[in-house]
Design a binder for this molecule. Structure first.
Ligand code: ADP
Ligand code: MG
Length: 283
């Protein structure tokens, strides 16, 4: 998933700690194999190739993530959209060539984008894609889910005091012994600590345009894409979300970057989540 994974836990002994961690890392690796868009043999890539021909039956993990992603697409009015893959490809190319995609390329990509083009059948656990050539991108949701799954694995070993971190996505179990929570620092856009929160049994995700961006003709375009334009966000934005689990926090943080503070706060509330915004227009 392109990030370092870190697990912190309190276990009765070293042996159980190592065993639990190695199983949790295996689970993360397995999810990466399922949902990566870099590996051509991942289940996700196979779905993208075959999904327009007939409904494809997929694994529990993939179905669950797709269901959650589409639910958020609907609730965010399309701000979160896993079908942005073709736009992401253009963005990645632009990063290499330092050239903007052409109007024509954006229009061609647009034909393959739109969350309504992914149709799920809950009773058969199948997925149908409306057109050929679609590219689903779970980069804004899979890490949070993987962290949730890792914590579940750890809990099976009888360990509840644990922290899982996958890049900007953190999932928390019970707090360390004799503490009310895990100390999580919320950073400002320069990476300086803004405040420290003590949290447990929830998830914290940060998304934004401050770390990954391309600069073309003096303008910054973030790796988070506005599905309406197909272009990376041009505003300076950093959003931290606290939610009940990793899959919610991760995807919501990405969605809120696109939506902006006013709309974003409203949406976060409907998820019972708290959001911290740092936003600045660069126009
Ligand atoms: P990071 O991966 O840096 O932690 P995010 O969780 O915000 O950041 O996810 C960003 C990734 O999500 C992008 O690299 C891309 O793969 C995907 N993505 C970009 N724009 C959107 C969007 N509007 N909706 C859903 N996923 C997106
Ligand atoms: Mg995210």
């Amino acid at each position: 998933m392109g990030v370092a994974a870190r697990i912190v836990l309190y276990a009765p002994n070293d042996y159980i700690a190592k065993w639990a961690c190695s199983r949790a890392f295996l689970r993360i690796a397995q999810l990466e194999e399922t949902m990566s868009d870099y590996r051509s043999d991942s289940e996700l890539m196979w779905l993208c190739r075959e999904g327009h021909l007939a409904p494809v039956r997929v694994s529990n993990d993939l179905f669950f993530v797709l269901r959650k992603a589409l639910e958020l697409s609907q609730r965010s009015n399309g701000a979160f959209d896993i079908t942005v893959g073709p736009f992401v490809s253009l963005w990645r190319r632009a990063r290499k060539t330092k050239q903007m995609p052409t109007e024509n390329e954006l229009n061609e990509a647009k034909k393959l984008v739109g969350w309504q083009k992914v149709q799920l059948d809950d009773s058969n656990q199948t997925v149908k894609l409306a057109v050929a050539g679609m590219k689903l991108d779970l980069g804004g949701i899979a890490k949070g889910y993987a962290a949730d799954c890792a914590l579940k694995v750890i809990k099976k070993f009888g360990i509840s005091r644990a922290l899982i971190e996958l890049g900007g996505d953190i999932v928390l179990g019970d707090p360390p012994p004799d503490r009310k929570g895990w100390r999580i620092g919320i950073l400002d856009e320069k990476g300086k600590p803004k405040k420290v929160l003590e949290l447990a049994n929830c998830a914290v995700s940060t998304s934004g345009s401050t770390e990954q961006f391309i600069e073309i003709d003096g303008r910054r375009y973030a790796h988070i894409i506005d599905p309406k334009t197909g272009l990376g966000l041009t505003k300076l934005v950093l959003v931290t979300v606290i939610a009940k689990d990793g899959i919610t926090a991760d995807s919501l943080a990405t969605a809120l970057c696109v939506l902006g503070e006013k709309e974003g706060r409203k949406l976060a509330e409907t998820y019972g989540s708290i959001a911290f915004f740092q936003e600045k227009s660069l126009d």
